[in-house]
Every structure is written in C-alpha cells, then in structure tokens.
Design a protein around this ligand. Structure first.
Ligand SMILES: [Zn+2]
Length: 452
C-alpha cells in the first residue's frame, strides 16, 4: 500500500505520529479491511454487539487527537461521536454519519469468508463492504488526515459511527436523537449512506445518484378472526380463508403512480441523459428497460406492499379462531394518510391492522451550497460526473436525524465499474467494494469537506 511520509510538524499538540503517516488515500483500504474483520452482526433481535468495532474507531480518532465520545444505549450497543473544529464557528456544523453494524452473512454461499476483509480481483470482500464500512473507512481516513495535517474544514464537523442501523437504529441513531440531541442539535445538514455512487451512462456521462428522499416504512400485522371448530364441519367464518383473501388482494394491488418532486427531477435528468422520453402513461414500462437501476427506481414511483409472513393454526383438522399476516409496506413522502386510506379500503372492515414498525418518509430539495459542493467535488475527480437527486425505497439513519430538522443527503461517493451490480451488493452474497472506488471516494470526500 502506498504511504506518503509526513514531515510536517506535529499538528495534534503532543500526540506522537507514526514515523511515516500515510495520507487518507493511502490508509483507507487498510482501515476498511480492519472494519470488515469485526463481526458486528445485527440480527435484529437486540443481540447486536458494536462495542469492539466502536472501540477501534474511537482509538483511530484519538490517535490523531480527535476526542471521541463513546455512548451505549445498552451494554455492547455502542456508538461513537466526535466533533472536529472548523475555521468559522458562526456556521452550523455538518453531520457525517455511518453505521457500524451489518446484517448476517451465510459463509457457505460466499466465494471468500465474509469477515476476512480479503482483497481479491481488486476488491475488498466482506459483509459491510458497501453497507457501509466503506464510508466509515473513508470518513475515518479523511478526518484523520485533516487532524494530522492541521487543516481545518470551513465549518465544524460532527462525525457519528452508529450502532443498530440494520434494526432501524432504535439502539443507535434513534436513541441518540432522543437521549443526546445536544450532540447534533446545531447541525443543519448531514451526509450518510446509499448515495453518491456512479451509474455510467456512456463514455462521456456518468450520473452520481445523491439520495435526497426516502420512503416511509409501515410494517404491519393483519389479523382475521373467525369461529374455531372441527375441520370436518361446514365453516363459513374461517379466519384463514378471510386472511388469505385479504392478503392476496393487498399483494396483487397496484398502487397508483405518484410523482414526487425528487423522482420528477430524477426522471427528467435520466431521460435527458439516456435520450429517452418518459411517457407518464407508461412510466413503469420505460423504467423497466433501465437495466440495473430499474428495480430500485420502480419502487419509488408508488406506495408498495409485500406480504412476508403468515401464521395460523396448530393442526390440520382444527380451524383456528385467528390468523395473522405480516406485510412490509412503504409509502412515498407526503403519502402517509393516503396510504392508510388505501390499505383500509383494500383490506375491508373485518381485518384488523396494526403497525409493528412505522417510520417517517423524508425528502429535501436538491439545492443549496452543499449540493453544489457535492457536484463540484465529484466533477473535480471525474470530469464526466453529473450529480442527480434520487429517492431511496428503503430507509437509513437519515430518518432519525431528519427529526431534528437536519437536511439529510445520501452521499458516500464511489466511482463504480459499469458492470458491477451495486444495488445487488446490499445485504447480498459476495458483497465487495473495489479498492480504486474507495480511493476515489476519499479524494472526493476530502475535496467536499474542504468546500462544505
Ligand atoms: Zn446501511
């Protein structure tokens, strides 16, 4: 790995620097590899353990004189927050957030061990390589370089490395926002995951998708009640039948198309880039021709539901008195009330519906100096870059930080090979990130933080 010798005087006031301090681009791969080797798996039942990886991050910050604050919502569920002073204290800080947990990985399906951080074919492999230890490593590398070199960003930075995002952030971002809002309260803008990655259109145009909106989350439990009884008798009030009918109606339902401001801008930009005229009457068909991004974009055109779990009965000849189903519902920004109305109309009065997880949709405009800085820093490293806003159909910790009035953007810059199935990497088998993409990301992030 290349390392650039540092001969500058110690900027950290007494902290001993290594004889040869690598710059951000030089150490990002090593940092990412280290992070991938922590099995910070979050299975979503409260058994996550971010403590070891959080301690590693805190040590890497402290090593260069950045004072980390370690916070635990529950034993082992650890987040790290630090503040880096900028040159202009009158400006509101920028928040940079990343999560330290990952979803599980079944090693038997992988080409390399998912917690080895191995480098194969120019990529670092491992669970979290794109979601999102890549950005954690890039952030660490850039702020460490800032501290070592004594450079100050134009405004204060708040960096947050968080627990529990993969279970909705209840013990991470949401807990911090509710119990320690003072750490972020003066931040006006934030950058985080699932944005800033490239989509190569042609030899002279590469779109970089900046996340400016997220769908809301409505995970629901449906219950049908009927008359319990013997399976051999006539039953006109069977809970299983009623539930299945309702679930099938819901699962087959196509919700109407709604163009939100973010998606409208995105489709205009994409249409222009591809030389495609988007026919609003046949938008789904046009979107389905977009190849790798089609699945992602299709889900941002309308509210969606997917039935995922069914439960009823204990024995084949016993009609149960109750049957339940779980459904993953997602609604567009501004569509929450309408979504609820649609659900109740489709389900009818006999099915009981309750939220099991319910979270906000968020949306911010694609304008302002920070957005300009994103575009400029991308173009400086990739002359054919064009930044465009898009909506994420899933959710991130941005939902929590938005509650503090912070404008949230997904901006974790990566220049990706055109043939890499990037969206398939998230929670997928053989998750990996090209090392050149990491180095590119560090260069863009460094420029961005100098201009933010
Ligand atoms: Zn993530």
């Amino acid at each position: 790995m290349p390392s650039v010798p540092s001969s500058s005087p110690d900027p950290t006031g007494g902290i001993r620097l290594p004889v040869s301090a690598p710059d951000a681009e030089g150490e990002v791969v090593e940092l990412c590899r280290d992070l991938l080797r922590f099995e910070s798996v979050n299975r979503g039942n409260g058994d996550g353990h971010e403590r070891p990886i959080a301690e590693y991050v805190a040590a890497k910050l402290a090593e260069v004189g950045i004072e980390p604050t370690i916070l635990e919502s529950e034993p082992g569920r650890t987040s790290v927050v630090a503040r880096i002073e900028g040159t202009d204290p009158s400006r509101a800080p920028l928040l940079i957030h990343g999560h330290l947990d990952v979803v599980p990985a079944d090693a038997s399906q992988w080409r390399v061990s998912p917690f080895s951080g191995e480098e194969v074919d120019g990529c670092l492999w491992g669970r979290g390589a794109v979601d999102m230890k890549d950005m954690d490593a890039m952030t660490l590398a850039v702020v460490r370089d800032l501290a070592r070199s004594g450079r100050k960003p134009p405004r204060d930075l708040v960096v947050a490395f968080l627990a529990d995002e993969e279970a909705g952030g209840v013990l991470g971002a949401r807990w911090l926002v509710e119990h320690h809002p003072d750490l972020f309260a003066d931040c006006t803008e934030a950058i985080g995951e699932v944005g800033g990655f490239s989509y190569t259109v042609s030899d002279d145009l590469r779109l970089y998708l900046i996340e400016t909106a997220e769908k809301g989350l409505g995970w629901m439990k449906l219950t049908a009640s009927g008359r319990a009884g013997h399976g051999s008798m006539i039953s006109e009030d069977n809970a299983v039948t009623a539930l299945c009918e309702a679930v099938a109606r819901l699962g087959r339902h196509e919700f109407p198309l709604v163009l939100t401001p973010t998606v409208r801008v995105f489709l205009n930009e994409l249409g222009e880039a591809l030389g495609v005229e988007f026919d609003l009457d046949d938008l789904q068909a046009t979107v389905s021709k977009l190849g790798p991004v089609a699945r992602m974009i299709g889900a941002t055109l309308r509210n969606t539901v997917n039935p995922t779990q069914l439960q009823a009965g204990e024995k084949v000849n016993v009609i149960p008195g109750e049957a339940t189903a779980y459904v993953d519902g997602r609604y567009l920004p501004g569509q929450e009330e309408e979504f609820v109305r649609q659900l109740d109309e489709i389900l009818g009065p006999d099915i009981r519906r309750e939220w099991v997880v319910h979270d906000d949709a968020v949306e911010t405009g694609f304008d302002g100096a920070l957005v300009e800085a994103m575009g400029a820093s991308l173009r400086a490293e990739d002359p054919i870059a064009r930044a465009v806003p898009y909506m994420l159909s899933g959710g991130t910790d941005a939902k929590s930080f938005s509650r503090l009035g912070i404008r949230c953007f997904g901006f974790s810059p990566l220049l990706l090979p055109a043939d890499l199935d990037f969206s398939g990497m998230f929670h997928g088998v053989d998750e990996r990130v090209p090392v050149e993409s990491l180095r590119f990301g560090v260069r863009v992030l460094d420029r961005f933080l100098r201009a933010c």
